[in-house]
Design a protein. Structure first.
Length: 259
């Protein structure tokens, strides 16, 4: 694995690989890294380890996989992982489909499910973020094990990628006060993509925004970058200025997304 990551993170990834090999056996097609770690901006105090697993067919022991992932995640970094079917990736209409997913957001749900002796369903589910993850894999992802990523993942168009990352922007209006640095930098990432068609991580997009966007937003972008990079703790934000920034971004999005 030729990436610069902390020893603990590398051990976590190896545990995920061992889990996939032991549980999926011949069903395993490949394991792929995306997100901040693959893009060279991993923050051991804040970042998730983002992984996509590709299989030939649906996993049998879903409960067992989730229980093991719950043991691996948070030691020390959160794990976010999706299990996809290879044949679904060949159909543009099913690239949103996944067979199994785990992140810390789902820990409480899974814990309660297991306490109540409920089993995971067999339905194919959908995640609007998947095309964005695949575009990152297209451009900056890493094959951890199995078939080369370029032989597995479809090429995600600019339109598909933009649609995927805009979902988070829709959430920003109601949720920015809970995690302002996330929504500010994610909005910068959207504006950067509209301008450059480049896939960036949040830190890159924030640095770009400081040079390009109106100076009136500089203070909240700098603050978001400081929090994102661990240079300062989360503090209360100027809600009116963040709302003004989102309104500015929305005007630019509406103007440019169909160009």
């Amino acid at each position: 694995m030729n990436i610069n990551i902390p020893k603990d993170g590398k051990e976590q990834i190896n545990k995920v690989l061992d889990l996939c090999k032991s549980k999926l056996k011949e069903n395993l097609v490949g394991v792929y890294l995306h997100g901040s770690l693959a893009m060279g901006c991993f923050n051991k105090d804040k970042s998730d380890i983002d992984i996509i697993v590709v299989m030939n067919e649906a996993a049998n022991d879903k409960d067992g996989i989730i229980k093991e992932l719950m043991k691996i995640s948070l030691k020390p970094s959160p794990i976010e992982i999706s299990f996809l079917l290879e044949d679904k990736l060949k159909n543009p209409n099913s690239i949103y489909h996944y067979d199994l997913h785990y992140s810390e957001y789902w820990r409480e749900k899974y814990t309660n499910m297991f306490l109540e002796n409920k089993e995971l369903g067999k339905d194919i589910l959908e995640d609007g973020d998947l095309p964005a993850h695949m575009r990152v894999i297209n451009e900056r992802g890493i094959t951890l094990w199995g078939k080369d990523k370029d032989l597995i993942f479809p090429k995600i168009s600019n339109e598909e990628y933009l649609k995927s990352i805009l979902d988070d922007f829709e959430d920003a209006w109601d949720n920015f006060s809970k995690k302002p640095e996330y929504y500010i930098l994610n909005t910068c990432r959207i504006l950067n993509f509209l301008e450059t068609n480049k896939v960036t991580f949040k830190g890159e997009a924030g640095e770009w925004a400081l040079d390009i966007l109106p100076g009136s937003f500089r203070s909240i972008i700098e603050s978001a970058l400081d929090i994102y990079n661990g240079r300062k703790m989360v503090t209360s934000c100027n809600n009116k200025l963040v709302e003004s920034f989102l309104e500015y971004a929305n005007e630019n999005i509406e103007e440019k997304k169909y160009v």
